[in-house]
Design a protein around this ligand. Sequence first.
Ligand code: ADP
Ligand code: MG
Length: 668
Amino acid sequence: MAAGGSTQQRRREMAAASAAAISGAGRCRLSKIGATRRPPPARVRVAVRLRPFVDGTAGASDPPCVRGMDSCSLEIANWRNHQETLKYQFDAFYGERSTQQDIYAGSVQPILRHLLEGQNASVLAYGPTGAGKTHTMLGSPEQPGVIPRALMDLLQLTREEGAEGRPWALSVTMSYLEIYQEKVLDLLDPASGDLVIREDCRGNILIPGLTQKPITSFADFERHFLPASRNRTVGATRLNQRSSRSHAVLLVKVDQRERLAPFRQREGKLYLIDLAGSEDNRRTGNKGLRLKESGAINTSLFVLGKVVDALNQGLPRVPYRDSKLTRLLQDSLGGSAHSILIANIAPERRFYLDTVSALNFAARSKEVINRPFTNESLQPHVLGPVKLSQKELLGPPEAKRARGPEEEEIGSPEPMAAPASASQKLSPLQKLSSMDPAMLERLLSLDRLLASQGSQGAPLLSTPKRERMVLMKTVEEKDLEIERLKTKQKELEAKMLAQKAEEKENHCPTMLRPLSHRTVTGAKPLKKAVVMPLQLIQEQAASPNAEIHILKNKGRKRKLESLDALEPEEKAEDCWELQISPELLAHGRQKILDLLNEGSARDLRSLQRIGPKKAQLIVGWRELHGPFSQVEDLERVEGITGKQMESFLKVKSRPCPSSACPAPRTPL
Ligand code: ADP
Ligand code: MG
């Protein structure tokens, strides 16, 4: 059992690591200095907050169905068995008497310091409608919730850390959006339409065109946040008079720039998320648009559950992309953030089923492991030491929605960094100064090529980013293609050489196919056997196209074989019968006779089994007795036996490997 548990734990860690990798760790060499080391795991922390009875609903007729046991655990009645209770344990449990400060100080404040380390953090309020999510996150002027408290502290922290004389200059921006019916809406600019969620080369999730407001004080924050909150889509249901109908996401970014060498940059993101509640349409009385809204809300929360399950089970695919909410939370769940989930529950019996399902989701979430890392990069040297002015600290003019499409696709939309030089505006691929000279040269020649072809487009080295990226990709593809072709050519050359070598070995270039191409098995004898007198083989090599009929199949077909028509598909039939054509034979014998009469001792040694001694004997016999009248006269040469003579006249043969098909014998 324990072993199984540890295996599951390992799988979860691996899944977390791969999810972190997917979300960017190590994917982009330009940044994430900390990503070279494997970041330590950080489990998603889960706290449960039980709100008190509201609207005087408490009473003898409605006793609470859930109660806390200690600071980490609680129990809830088991509806299947009234005699027992279901017990849950979390990182923290906050009872109905807990204050806003308790929750903030106990669960949220500790993760804020990670933002100054260039790491991400997120706080999610989860739970059924009316259970206190908005109260926890936003609160009221009298009881401010997590959001105002976190902003207050964060701004204070950045002021201290970024003060003159400190090594880092800090700046903070805020964005505020809601996901309503799978649409991403900018609450700081409600006129904008549905925004897209993208991922940059570093695996950061970003929303191009999302308004970012620089903030230096809490007053700044309120100035932007309060009107934006009123833009949030809310509706009235029976459960909650101002029920939240959308997921509200407040994004606070802390950017840091080192004042001295090596001029590092860090970015930490804090997501503060007030999720819409999971609706039970039968109880809310939702109809029409409300019903549609519920469907969308349920879908994204359903996907959220699937994401958590996939991470827990270590599945290779985590369905982040199946909903806008999970896509946005990709860094926060199983990704690079320090995450805390606050599950809000209500004590009333009518919430019972929602409470149980929220507790189950919370229990599953606490198994998710994140791997937060420092999001750090080096500033380009061209910028030199930066001493940020107050204006720079505030950031550049607010992000404008009208951005080039190329920036939406690949660039970071963050407009708040220090003023960028021309080269800084380019993506890493486009930095000409740092570009590989060979690549630069190739781009220039491509430019020339395009110009020579009368291309109307802008020169390659000054086209918009996207086009240049496409061209770079094409160049890369072409390079790969060339490499592929080169390899293929080498293979073919090697093959040809091997074939030639084999042909040389066999002295039979045209008739015998390379051995490697044969399927030699004991059961299947070779189909072709070629038998030729040695001297003819040599001659044949000189005129490979000559058509010489040599063999006849003894099988059923008994047809004359042509060397040109050797068909590998033909059935191997019984055996082969040697049938050398008489002309061919006579021709061969004449050649040998000529050699015996005219050849030097050296020439004679080319005959089989004729060494220097025997060659001399033949020459001597010739001088004494005159020319040989027939090959058989050789027997008369002293020292040459009839057997030897036969042997040197022996034909070169390629015997059939099968025992059923013995090698053909020479008819000589
Ligand atoms: P949700 O956002 O989950 O739908 P709300 O935050 O709007 O729920 O809370 C529903 C109601 O309960 C609100 O009137 C809110 O003021 C009240 N409430 C929630 N939590 C608490 C709490 N801890 N203490 C007092 N009142 C609370
Ligand atoms: Mg709410």
